[in-house]
Design a protein around this ligand. Structure first.
Ligand code: PEP
Ligand code: CO
Length: 450
């Protein structure tokens, strides 16, 4: 199939396809007014940044860089405050430092941040005590409280979503530009949470070794390395709510291409990855690097069709598959997909999301994930790609920079009963600060063992 020839793409051409997971708004005129307002507002990211990321992802696909993508399952407007944003940036920076040090590769940092506000749901409705209401679909769409008013899709939330994304990104950019990520800045190394942790000694050792190398380089060159310690930070979210994404899609005169300028690296979730569906239709026309989640149920043929539609020119860096099978299934499910893609000569970047295939409920019904299963899936992913002659070019985590208790295990050995202490996620359980840092260390430790 050559869809490019079959029909011309427009930012709204997806509207003639079946679109899953879209909100039902009560008043179309209000929706149109809000979307017009969003269309007029300035973009959140620039096409130059988007192109730069695409080039870097092409390098990751060749094994020359490594992608660290992470953040909340769903960001909430309430958490758009200084501390959670800074903490999330900080844990991602610290993990990336551990990875740079251990993998000896440059790391591409991508936040699930500044726009991760819309969630796919397995059921359209939720019933409590005999009352049935629409499911909560993320702060971009409705509210989490269980009343009819709160669960009704509110188009005004799209505007609030754009604003909260802009506020988040503004602060992230200020922190990065203001030296938060400068290797000389003490905040960067802050060990608050790691203090008294089983990881403290190891983390200190890594930090000391980086500081030593830095001092050595500065002595040799006779000047501070501040310029070269400036970092890039990119944003990503699930491009789920197509009217909202469309409103932030612009034609760039310099390149003659359409870009989604709401995020650098949008992805298609597992529930909306149908090759004939509206999401794939929208994504095929934007110039951004794009990712698709691949889980149980994704066949090799479907994957190849997605390559054909989303990356017809086989451009490196354009298409990423984020596989998420779960520790139990990855060894059976991943190899046929990787083999098919390699055999067909398709250029893709493989990233492992070890979170979404490992969700389970405790005996008291709390949604959680076990550290050991997350790690097991990740380690199997590295091994399988090595055996198959392909490259695992990155990892994708749900994490927070705060001290929550949502996933069990890790160096501190959190148990099911610990989950009550600080379970904050409205949706999926995230690695806390310490578990996330440990995960980065375990990735590096695996490499050292080999
Ligand atoms: C997610 O990333 O939060 C998510 C819903 O993932 P998936 O589409 O892989 O289920
Ligand atoms: Co999730």
């Amino acid at each position: 199939m050559d869809r490019e020839l079959a029909h011309h793409w427009q930012p709204d051409s997806w509207q003639s396809c079946t679109a899953g997971q879209q909100p039902l708004y009560p008043d179309a005129a209000v929706v149109a007014r809000i979307l017009a307002e969003i269309r007029n507002l300035p973009p959140l990211v620039t096409w130059g940044e988007v192109d730069k990321l695409r080039r870097q992802l092409a390098e990751a696909a060749r094994g020359e860089r490594f992608v660290l993508q992470g953040g909340d399952c769903a960001e909430s407007f309430d958490d758009c405050t200084a501390e959670p944003i800074a903490n999330k940036l900080k844990i991602l920076l610290q993990m990336s430092l551990v990875l740079v040090h251990g993998l000896k590769k440059r790391v591409i940092r991508v936040g699930r941040m500044a726009g991760q506000y819309a969630k796919p749901r397995s059921a359209d409705h939720e019933t409590r005590n005999g009352v049935m209401l629409p499911s909560y679909r993320g702060d971009l769409i409705n509210r989490s409280g269980f009343t009819a008013a709160e669960r009704t899709a509110d188009p005004g939330l799209m505007l609030r979503g754009y604003e909260h994304a802009a506020l988040t990104l503004n602060y992230v950019r200020a922190l990065v530009d203001g030296g938060f990520a400068d290797l000389h800045h003490p905040e960067y190394w802050d060990l608050d949470f790691v203090r008294n942790s089983p990881l403290e000694a190891e983390y200190r050792r890594i930090v000391q070794s980086i500081v030593d190398s830095l001092n050595f380089m500065e002595t040799i060159s006779g000047q501070p390395l501040s310029e070269s310690s400036r970092i890039d930070f990119f944003t990503s979210h699930e491009g789920l709510h197509l009217l909202y994404e469309q409103a932030q899609t612009g034609l760039v005169a310099e390149t003659g291409r359409w870009y989604n300028l709401a995020a650098h690296f949008p992805w298609i979730g597992m529930r909306t990855a149908d090759v004939n569906g509206a999401h794939v239709e929208y994504f095929r026309g934007i110039a951004n690097p794009v990712a698709v989640k691949a889980g149980l149920g994704m066949t090799a043929d479907q994957l190849l069709e997605l390559c054909g539609v989303l990356n017809p020119h086989n451009e490196p860096g354009r298409l990423t598959f984020i596989h998420r099978f779960g520790a139990k299934h990855i060894a059976d499910r991943l190899p046929p997909l990787v083999e098919a893609v390699s055999r067909a000569g398709k250029q893709v970047l493989w990233i492992c999301d070890p979170m979404h295939g490992n969700t389970e409920a405790t005996t008291s019904g709390v949604k959680t994930r076990r550290f050991e299963n997350i790690l097991a899936e990740l380690e199997t992913a590295f091994t399988l790609h090595e055996e198959l002659g392909s490259i695992l070019g990155g990892v994708h985590f749900e994490l927070t920079g705060d001290d929550v208790t949502e996933c069990t295990g890790g160096a501190r050995g959190l148990t099911d009963t610990d989950l009550e202490r600080a379970y904050k996620s409205q949706v999926d359980p995230r690695l806390n600060y310490e578990q996330a840092l440990e995960m980065a260390m375990r990735i590096v430790a695996r490499k050292m063992r080999r």
